[in-house]
Each structure stands twice: as structure tokens, then as C-alpha cells.
Design a protein around this ligand. Sequence first.
Ligand SMILES: [Fe+2]
Ligand SMILES: [Fe+2]
Length: 232
Amino acid sequence: MADQRAVNPITSGRLPRLTHEELQQAQTEALATPRRRYGIAARALFAALDRVYGKPRTLSKFKVLELVARVPYQAWEQVAFVAITHVHTRTGFARRIHDRLARSRAQQDNEMFHLLIIEELLATSGTPQPSIKFFWLPQAIAFVYYQLSWLLFVLHPAWSYRLNADFEDHAVHEYMALVAEHPEWENTPFESEFASDFGHFTSLADAFRQIGHDELIHKIESEDLMKEGRFR
Ligand SMILES: [Fe+2]
Ligand SMILES: [Fe+2]
């Protein structure tokens, strides 16, 4: 496993941290794995993001993806807290709902550090971030995506989990392709204010491979939850 020096297990989302060799292997496997058959909502979202932010893989576009990626977990967490309010007298049931809630929280934390690491890189590089396109519009997309994730979850949880599995699958492929497009990142040190939260890596390439691997775990968790469905 990778150097675990002082990595906060809660803020890192309690996800495994891989060595350089494991991360390279994960990238190779991800790029060789076909994408999921995305549903209509996911395809519409990816097409809209390509249209507004362009097809090229830029850090600015990944920032928008990460801002949006957090909100299904927030929607699920909110539904779970409300459910506990209603079923607290059935303590075993409430406890199981809380277990799922804790997983949503951990994933949201992990996504937040993806977002902050990218934001930090953009700030360091001085990439212009016009506020309408890179602040207000992403807020609006995240708002709509939150409502959609919440509604799908209330109607039929597997639909919401499926949308997220599609989103995470897209993220895995996009991150691993992004690393392949930046060979210079292999020799760029990963220096971040958030390393103790997210993980310590010798290169920026490995840090981004680790983000891609986190997305893979998120995808697998959502695919598992699609089978579990409603709180039980
Ligand atoms: Fe992410
Ligand atoms: Fe993710």
C-alpha cells in the first residue's frame, strides 16, 4: 500500500491508497474496460457538459464534474436522516440506515478533496475561471442534479444509484485518460495542502490515478447498492 503518513481516514473517505505499481495497473485495467451502457439522464448530462465546457479534458472541466459529483451523496444522506426520524423506534432498522448514511458521507468527503485538489492546481497555474461559466453555471447544474438524484432515490433508489454508477464510470475513464494525456505529470511532484487529507503521492500522475481509482470504488459501491435498493 502507499505511504499512509498521517492520512486522515475520515476525510480521505476511508478508501484504499495504492502504490505506484498498483495505480499504474489500475489505470491500464480501467482504460481496457468498456464503459457502462449509460442511461438517458447520464448521456444528456455528459453531452451538455461537453457542449458547454468542450470535449478536451481540462482541469476546469474536471472541477465542474467534481462539484456535481458530490451532490447525489448529499441527497442520499438527507433522505437517510429523514428516514431515521421516521423509524427510530425500530432501532436495528435505524442503525442499518445509518450505516448507509455513513458511506454516503465518506464518499462525499472524498469527492470534496478531489474538488479542492483541482481547485488548488487551477489557482496555482493561474488558469482564468470566468465566474458565470465556472462558478454560477456549475452551481445551477449541481442544484438540478441534486433534485434529480433526490427524486429518483425517493421514487426508486436503484434509479438514483444507477445514474451515479454511470457518472462514476465516466469519471474513472476520464481521469485515467487525462493522466495518459499528461506524461509530464509523471515527473511533477504532488504538493498539496490537502495531502494529509487525501494521500501522499510522489507524482501528480499518481495522485490523479488515485482519484480515478476512488471513482472506481464509488462506481462499484453504487452498483452494489442498485441491487440492495430501498432501506431494509
Ligand atoms: Fe471525484
Ligand atoms: Fe466519485
